[in-house]
Write a protein that binds this ligand. Structure first.
Ligand code: NAD
Length: 444
């Protein structure tokens, strides 16, 4: 059957409604059915790089069901950029602007909030938003620690509101196709997944224009303590007594206080999609290893988090995930390879899917295979870079009671736990175990 994106889009929605996700995630609570003309009033918390991207993607596919009434950011430059995106897409009104997210949450004209803040702020912001009775789109990882994530899951499931975690690969047509192929038994039993994310950077690049080293994003030249609220940034951070630092504020991924590094920034996407495609949940052990091999002192770089990282997971019922990430060579890009006894499905760069059958050997015959190879290349819909427009649309449709959301809090927590396990294993220098019954980590 030829691959046809629009048909698959329909298939996705049918698939969501079919209840096929039941094993992966707790059911979302659907709102009452809405009228077709209803517009959701959206408040936006954090309009940095991801916040701006998600907002544009929301307008791409869901313009007719939203109006952004409020925007909040602690850096004036990004607050202005967020407001500009709203006014470009909704010229008839200006959103209210806030520096304190609690003030936005108290705004009676906000039904739904998007939280696109740095990782350490997800917990206080999500908990306050649940308390305020909002539906929430929460960027991944769900939280900075396992315990915080669990509290968000508990509060969200009691709230009766929709919470969607920003693990948008679940809304990517190629992963949905891969999942269907695994369910169809196209590659036979799958016991092994290889996932990787490789990047590289040019240290001679001008840091005012581009990124010269992993996660050393451009710092806006005008940023200063007056237009950047450092104390509000530090809410939720392990250490509060830290002097204002532009690097920490704008390049927070490099520091343990605000980020789990590769484990929670990148790996969670890939453990999540491996679960999704192979119908798995949590591993029972993780062993991780790596270091700062490229972007450390030689570049006068004070990062805490590794730039070279591998993690090996064992799951119940004979399943193994082999993960690697390296920030000094991007030859092999980004991908997941699902290795079954009868074939391989590989999704590369989130836009190419390849299926290779395993040849069968019978004595006296040339190797043969019963299934043809399949290659689906450059599959993008709505000019999306990464399926975010579909993921946001699914969230909004769930709030309106028309769909079931594909990445509820519990699925976000199941995606994040392996990331946290990898950080704990790396920091402790040995294997860690997940006790699913007790819902906690142990070290032997
Ligand atoms: N799903 C994905 O593929 C994906 C991709 C990139 C980033 N993300 C996630 O998005 C989130 C944001 O990442 P980013 O790259 O946009 O970071 P960023 O640094 O570019 O933006 C963060 C924004 O938060 C603002 N901020 C900081 N403290 C705040 C506070 N107390 N109140 C309000 N605003 C505050 C900053 O001023 C900044 O504008 C992270 O959780 C990240 O993991 C997800």
């Amino acid at each position: 059957m030829p691959f046809e994106p629009r048909e698959t889009d329909v298939a996705r929605r049918t698939f969501l409604k079919s209840g096929a996700l039941a094993a992966l995630a707790a059911p979302a609570v659907l709102s009452a059915q809405s009228s077709p003309n209803e517009r959701l009033r959206v408040g936006w918390i954090a309009t940095g790089s991801r916040g701006q991207h998600v907002m544009k993607q929301m307008y791409l596919e869901s313009k007719d069901v939203v109006t952004v009434t409020a925007v909040c950011d602690t850096y004036q430059g990004n607050l202005n950029l967020g407001k500009d995106i709203v006014q470009t897409n909704e010229p008839s009104h200006a959103p209210k602007t806030y520096v304190a997210y609690r003030d936005l949450l108290a705004d009676p004209n906000v039904d739904v909030v998007f939280i696109c803040s740095p990782e350490h702020l997800h917990f206080p912001m999500a908990m306050e938003a649940i308390k305020a009775g909002k539906h929430i789109y929460l960027e991944k990882p769900i939280a900075h620690t396992i315990e915080e994530g669990q509290q968000i899951v508990d509060a969200s499931e009691k709230s009766g509101k929709v919470l969607q975690v920003g693990t948008q690969n679940r809304s990517n047509k190629l992963y949905i196709r891969a999942k269907q192929m695994v369910e169809n038994n196209d590659i036979g039993e799958v016991h092994y997944v290889r996932a990787f994310w490789y990047r590289n950077f040019d240290p001679k690049a001008d840091p005012a224009k581009t990124t010269p080293a992993a996660w050393r994003y451009v710092i806006p030249p005008d940023a200063n303590p007056e237009n950047t609220d450092w104390l509000r940034f530090l809410e939720g951070a392990d250490h509060k007594n830290v002097a204002f630092s532009k690097e920490r504020y704008f390049q927070w991924r490099n520091y343990w206080d605000y980020s789990g590094g590769i484990s929670t920034d990148l790996l969670v996407h890939q453990t999540d999609i491996s679960n999704f495609v192979c119908n798995r949940t949590l591993p029972f052990s993780c062993m991780a290893s790596g270091g700062i091999y490229q972007w450390g002192p030689a570049f006068d770089d004070d990062r805490d988090v590794p730039d070279t990282f591998s993690a090996i997971y064992e799951y119940p019922n004979r399943f193994h995930l082999n993960y690697s990430c390296y920030f000094a060579n991007d030859q092999y890009g980004y991908g997941e390879q699902f290795l079954g006894h009868d074939g391989t499905i590989e999704v590369m760069d989130r836009q190419n899917l390849h299926f290779y059958p395993q040849p069968r050997f019978i004595k006296g015959h040339a190797p043969f295979s019963s299934k043809p190879e399949l290659h689906l290349n450059n599959i993008k819909d709505f000019q999306q870079e990464d399926a975010t427009a579909d993921h946001v649309h699914n969230f909004l449709m769930a709030v309106l009671g028309r769909e079931k959301n594909i990445a509820p809090a519990r699925a976000g927590q199941i995606a994040a736990i392996p990331g946290h396990l990898a950080t704990l294993s790396y920091k402790n220098g040995h294997k860690v175990y997940w006790d699913d019954k007790m819902n906690k980590v142990h070290y032997s």
